[in-house]
Design a protein around this ligand. Structure first.
Ligand code: SAH
Length: 260
């Protein structure tokens, strides 16, 4: 089995040392499920100073990554036919679990990390997708890139000890995951809910489903009203179940899709 290939263009490749020390992802590297090639932007810099950035035309604060080094680094990468190039930018589409799932069917992701004020506008055309990891601004694209490498790698077969962990987890459907408990049974006067030690698997399943719904409603009701989720058969089933649950809990006032 060939490994999933990440090619990363960054001015601070050292930041990626984190993935050599992060549990599941490090194991995936050791097992050759993934390989990560770092392209140090500095090596593609211009002139004897290997210049990679310059002042913005029109003035203003900060430095901008020059287009030539990024192009050169990009052109040095051997592209697979099943590849996508992602540009890290707070102006991009906000990363969702479904993007990671979609990309996990490829065999290569090329990631371009910005720094400083960002990059010259003319590199945008290299990207298939522009991705933001949230509505806040970091100083560089390295942490966003690591987030993508991490989140995608754990979806690859053979990475997680038990692939079932992917089924229930938050954001896999539009529900957040139910609460977890492990030993001890009583910790600082807080007891594990009786149902979880009852041994009744059907009831445990339904308790967990109910907790997932409550939790989603309380914390992220936007996930449920997100129209995208209406499309899949799985979500139709869950929304129906959700509506029944809400009917049971508060009457009909929360019926989110009454036309179903
Ligand atoms: N001046 C730019 C922000 C530059 S931040 C602007 O206002 O759009 C410097 C670099 O960090 C960016 O080029 C990008 O690669 C990365 N970055 C910062 N925040 C990010 C986020 N939320 N998602 C993805 N990349 C981000």
């Amino acid at each position: 089995m060939s490994s999933f290939n990440f090619e990363v263009i960054s001015l601070f490749p050292k930041a990626f040392e984190l993935i050599n020390n992060s549990g599941v992802i490090t194991r995936a590297l050791d097992k050759n499920l993934i390989d990560v090639n770092l392209h140090d932007l500095r090596e593609y810099g211009e002139g004897s100073y290997r210049q990679v950035d310059d002042k913005p035309y029109g003035g203003g604060a900060g430095m901008v990554l020059k287009p030539e080094p990024i192009y050169k680094a990009y052109e040095s990468i051997r592209k697979s036919p099943k590849s996508k190039t992602l540009l890290m930018t707070p102006q991009g589409k906000v990363l969702k679990q479904k993007d990671l799932v979609r990309w996990s069917a490829l065999d290569q992701i090329i990631i371009i990390c910005g720094q400083y004020e960002g990059f010259d506008e003319r590199i945008r055309c290299l990207a298939d997708e522009e991705i933001s990891i949230g509505d806040y601004v970091l100083s560089g694209g390295e942490i966003p890139a690591i987030s993508i490498i991490n989140g995608l790698t754990r979806l690859l077969p053979g990475t997680l000890g038990d692939p079932d962990s992917l089924v229930d987890e938050s954001h896999n459907s539009f529900l957040l995951e139910y609460p977890h408990y492990t030993r001890p049974l009583i910790f600082k006067d807080m007891k594990v809910p009786d149902i979880l030690v009852s041994g009744n698997h059907e009831e445990i399943k339904s308790w967990r489903r109910q907790k997932s719904m409550e939790r989603t409603l309380e914390r992220r009701s936007d996930l449920i009203s997100n129209q995208n989720y209406k499309k899949s058969p799985q979500s139709k089933r869950i929304i129906k179940e959700y509506n029944q649950f809400m009917e049971f809990r508060r009457g009909n006032e929360y019926d989110i899709y009454p036309d179903w």
